[in-house]
Design a protein around this ligand. Structure first.
Ligand SMILES: [Zn+2]
Length: 113
């Protein structure tokens, strides 16, 4: 399960950004073609966040649909897998969305001084 390593990375990056403050919410973008299972990330997040500033933070995951662009006719093609065929018959499709794994937003608890 490679999601565990990915989640550990996410927790490490977010912790660094938080500078010791409590994290309230994390928004991730995960492409549907990235072979990363959002449910597995959620499961790992509960484990990895324990004892860190991310503990009890809300994890939101935005799934990004796959999208390709035909090299021949420039048509955009929705993709369910990281390959496909354009209506024009071309198989030369560049992936333009669906493979991302991004930390989109981090919400940190404000500390009243
Ligand atoms: Zn085409």
């Amino acid at each position: 399960m490679h999601e565990l390593g990915i989640t550990q990375n996410i927790v490490a990056i977010v912790s660094e950004h938080a500078h010791g403050s409590k994290v309230k919410r994390v928004l991730l973008e995960i492409g549907k073609l990235s072979a990363i299972m959002p449910d597995a990330i959620r499961f790992c997040f509960d484990i990895c966040s324990q004892g860190t500033v991310l503990e009890k933070a809300k994890l939101e995951i935005l799934e990004i649909s796959g999208l390709g662009k035909c090299r021949q006719c420039d048509a955009e093609i929705p993709l369910e897998q990281p390959f496909g065929e354009c209506q024009c018959g071309s198989k030369y499709i560049d992936l333009i969305a669906g493979q991302e794994l991004k930390i989109k937003e981090i919400e940190i608890e404000e500390i009243c001084v």
